[in-house]
Design a protein around this ligand. Structure first.
Ligand code: FES
Length: 107
């Protein structure tokens, strides 16, 4: 199972193992990471699962689909070039060690 780490806006790291196939949103909410609201349940419509992929990992994730890019334009904290919707990225073994940062707020 890949290790992933979410770093909240206050710098607290939340690291754990999660099974391949789950979305980053499912992994984060399942492990109680604070700061992921996921109001729409993962349908890429609310933008409250905004995460910022660590620069070291930015090129290793598949590119976002157009709907994800559109929702990223509506996030509470403006998206960065490495921002993603956590519900739209599935964990794979290739993402072993993935590091994500959380924005200061989701709404
Ligand atoms: S959970 Fe709503 S956009 Fe990801």
């Amino acid at each position: 199972m890949p290790d992933i780490t979410f770093i909240t806006a206050d710098g607290t790291a939340h690291g754990f193992e999660a099974p391949p196939g789950v979305s980053l949103m499912q992994a984060a909410t399942g492990f109680g990471v604070p700061g992921i609201l996921a109001d729409c349940g993962g349908s890429a419509s609310c933008g409250t699962c905004h995460v910022i992929v660590d620069a070291a990992w930015a090129d290793r994730l598949p590119a976002p689909e157009p709907i994800e890019r559109m929702v990223l334009e509506t996030t509470a904290v403006p998206a960065t070039p490495t921002s993603r919707l956590a519900c739209q990225v599935r964990l794979t073994d290739a993402l072993q060690g993935l590091v994500l940062h959380l924005p200061e707020r989701q709404v």
